[in-house]
Design a protein around this ligand. Structure first.
Ligand SMILES: NC(=O)c1ccc[n+]([C@@H]2O[C@H](COP(=O)([O-])OP(=O)(O)OC[C@H]3O[C@@H](n4cnc5c(N)ncnc54)[C@H](O)[C@@H]3O)[C@@H](O)[C@H]2O)c1
Length: 252
């Protein structure tokens, strides 16, 4: 018996990195998954790998409210109901000191993370019942500062506010909302931040970051996915409003 038997999850950023690993882990635990993201080829590939009976996708930008509404409608039409919302899509924003940080990129980064999570909760919550779980991927930098990525840090803190507001509002309906705070995790996303922040190649840049992490290494997407499955499942039935850090000790 799987821990997510009979459950349907919608996952933004489901075609890459943490989202893709979580989709696989959820399917392994018995769920069906509807992936939402920007990259049509990667979405198709992911669905082919996960299997047509277990997975489907919609290409959509989470900042586009109508596109989110359409994606949610397609998920419901395809799978009949919705139990888990994994709001995980994210962009890195610029890497620059505040004085040089482009204002339009700051605004865009806030939109992808905060407005994107808002759109997902706004348009999925009417379909959710008691026992449903909403998970927002924030970051370790949703709980601490970090120089050179102000748009990203502000956006990841904003997601904590969104999570808390939604958790308060949705407890009367017994819907749980939690945020997930990964530390550096080996994905294309993190490679890009690290190379731009250090000006080094991928391996050397990753080594520089490893030296900052008390456990001495990056997480794998599969490790983060284990916590996602936990938060999605009834194993975490008494958790709501929690900021769940999986960060190799960075917050110590
Ligand atoms: N990798 C890390 O070290 C790390 C650490 C902490 C938090 N995170 C967060 O984890 C989440 C997933 O990142 P990842 O590392 O797996 O990166 P990734 O680049 O592998 O995946 C990001 C995904 O988000 C999707 N996406 C980006 N902008 C979108 C938009 N506007 N609309 C819809 N989809 C969009 C992309 O299509 C892609 O599938 C992000 O929210 C990121 O901020 C990552």
């Amino acid at each position: 018996m799987g821990r997510l038997d009979g459950k349907v999850a919608i996952i933004t950023g489901g075609e890459s990195g943490i989202g893709r690993a979580s989709a696989g882990a959820m399917v392994d635990e018995g769920a069906q998954v509807h992936l939402v993201g920007l990259d049509a080829d990667a979405l198709k590939r992911a669905v082919a790998e996960l299997g047509d009976e277990k997975a489907a996708f919609t290409q959509a930008d989470v900042t586009d409210e109508q596109a989110v509404q359409a994606a949610v409608a397609e998920a419901i039409e395809r799978f009949g109901h919705l139990d888990v919302v994994f709001s995980n899509a994210g962009n890195t924003g610029a890497v620059a000191p505040i004085e040089d940080y482009p204002s339009d990129e700051f605004a865009r980064t806030l939109q992808v993370h905060a407005l994107g999570a808002f759109h997902m909760i706004k348009h999925t919550s009417p379909h959710l019942g008691a026992g449903a779980s909403i998970i927002i991927t924030s970051s370790v930098v949703g709980l601490m500062g970090f120089g050179g990525i102000s748009g990203y840090v502000a956006a990841k803190h904003a997601q904590v506010g969104m999570m808390r507001a939604a958790a308060k509002e949705l407890t009367p309906r017994r819907i749980r909302v939690n945020s997930l705070h990964p530390g550096p995790t080996s994905t294309p996303f993190q490679d890009s931040i690290e190379m731009r922040a250090t000006g080094l190649g991928q391996e050397e840049a990753a080594k520089t970051f490893d030296d900052l992490i008390p456990l001495g290494r990056h997480a794998t997407p599969a490790e983060i996915a284990k916590t996602v499955v936990y938060l999605a499942s009834d194993d975490s039935a008494y958790m709501t409003g929690a900021t769940v850090a999986v960060e190799g000790g960075l917050l110590l």
